[in-house]
Design a protein around this ligand. Structure first.
Ligand SMILES: [Zn+2]
Length: 101
């Protein structure tokens, strides 16, 4: 799957968990490669949260905020969880309410 994130096209793919398990993460954002990878086998909810989390990393990079890894991780984690819950809670109305479709 491809996603356009602030003007940059990212390839999103699911990979076997081994690579990510070694890093103790469910997903990775690689801005220089334009790739987001997610571990296979997550629940629907965790997959959504992980994808939004990695999208936030991509946004962070595209917005030129990449200073201080710890701060980035905390902000991305907070906004990722927030957006993930927001999208889930407004699944039916989000296109109409936010985008007027
Ligand atoms: Zn992260």
């Amino acid at each position: 799957m491809k996603l356009k994130i602030i003007g940059r096209t990212y390839t999103v793919e699911e990979v076997d968990g081994d690579l990510l398990n070694n890093l103790n993460v469910d997903g990775l954002c690689m801005p220089h490669e334009g790739r987001i990878v997610l571990a296979k086998g997550m629940s629907k909810e965790l997959k959504r949260e992980s994808l939004i989390h990695e999208i936030c990393h991509a946004m962070w990079d595209q917005m030129g905020l990449s200073h201080g890894k710890l701060k980035e991780e905390r902000v991305v984690d907070a906004f990722g969880k927030g957006f993930s819950a927001f999208i889930a809670d407004n699944e039916k109305s989000i296109l109409h309410t936010v985008f007027g479709r």
